[in-house]
Design a protein around this ligand. Structure first.
Ligand code: SAM
Length: 278
């Protein structure tokens, strides 16, 4: 017998009960697994004095348990219907609503030692992680549900097939910890992919050895622009072969073989040559 392709969603599913049809364009897969919700809140371990912001509260699966521990809780939501629903359900004293796009949100406006959390819309998770990295100085920690494949890229090491720009740039700025694997059935509607929860903690300044993060970003982007090509080709516009040799970088190696420290060495050399980022 052929497997059933379109199983009708239970009329009792939380989004149906809330009268909200999930919107694909906003990556709406609502968490319904109480065990996972509890595990995420425990991992965050919010304290009453913490400033916590949740990205994409949706129907409130994480919002409500977070609100029980922190007041007010900040949330950023793009979907007007969900904003209206949250406004109706919760007082301003308990929930501070920021209506709009998290990709454009000024996380610095919420003050220092910010704690960020969310079951992120998967369609924008990579640009969102890069946007948040720009506020790392003001952030204490972040806990996110992401597509498992993205978490694999975040924590990948040199030589892994998943190692790339996301791995190097996030590992430069944060300590990363893969916390929980989450199956599709934990969501309504279930996504087509596996998910995972990850923790990011900004590294202290003393551990950031790149004199200019812009140069690091420039070198990493160029090196991974064509990941199968040798560095002598991908870095041609930035370094001469003589410079790469002087930096003890084999001309035939590829970006996926370089450690974070080597990328930092290249970035600092670029800065010293152009006289910037000192
Ligand atoms: N937190 C809820 C949960 O766990 O059930 C909902 C998570 S759902 C995966 C993602 C949420 O992010 C949705 O509420 C969606 O409307 C919201 N969202 C999508 N794109 C957004 C954006 N650019 N800025 C802010 N929120 C966004």
């Amino acid at each position: 017998m052929k497997p059933e392709k379109h199983r009708p969603r239970s009329p009792r599913s939380p989004s149906t009960q809330a009268g909200h049809a999930p919107r694909k364009r906003f990556g709406q897969n609502f968490l319904v697994d109480q065990g996972i919700i509890t595990a995420i809140v425990q991992a965050i371990d919010p304290q009453p004095q913490d400033t916590v912001v949740e990205i994409g509260p949706g129907l409130g699966a994480l919002t409500e348990p977070l609100m029980q521990r922190v007041e007010p809780l900040h949330v950023i939501e793009i979907d007007r219907d969900l904003i209206a629903r949250l406004k109706k359900l919760h007082s301003r004293e308990r929930l501070t609503l920021h209506e709009g796009d998290a990709l454009k949100f000024d996380f610095g406006s919420l003050g220092p030692r910010l704690r960020v959390a969310g079951n992120l819309p998967y369609n924008i998770s990579t640009p969102l992680l890069f946007h948040l990295a720009a506020f790392a100085e003001q952030i204490r920690d972040m806990h996110f549900m992401l597509q498992k494949e993205v978490v694999e890229r975040m924590v990948a090491e040199p030589g892994d097939s998943a190692y790339g720009r996301l791995s190097v740039m996030l590992q430069y700025r944060f300590y990363l910890e893969w916390l929980i694997d989450v199956p599709p059935e934990s969501f309504d509607p279930p996504p087509k992919v596996q998910s995972a929860v990850v923790r990011l903690i900004p590294k202290p300044r003393e551990e950031l050895h790149a004199r200019s993060q812009e140069h690091l970003a420039q070198v990493v982007a160029a090196a991974f622009s064509q990941r199968r090509k040798m560095l002598r080709n991908t870095l041609k516009g930035l370094f001469t072969e003589a410079e790469l040799e002087a930096l003890e970088i084999p001309l035939t190696c590829r970006a996926e073989e370089l450690s974070l420290e080597t990328f930092v060495r290249l970035a600092n050399h670029l800065g010293s040559r152009t006289g910037q980022g000192q």
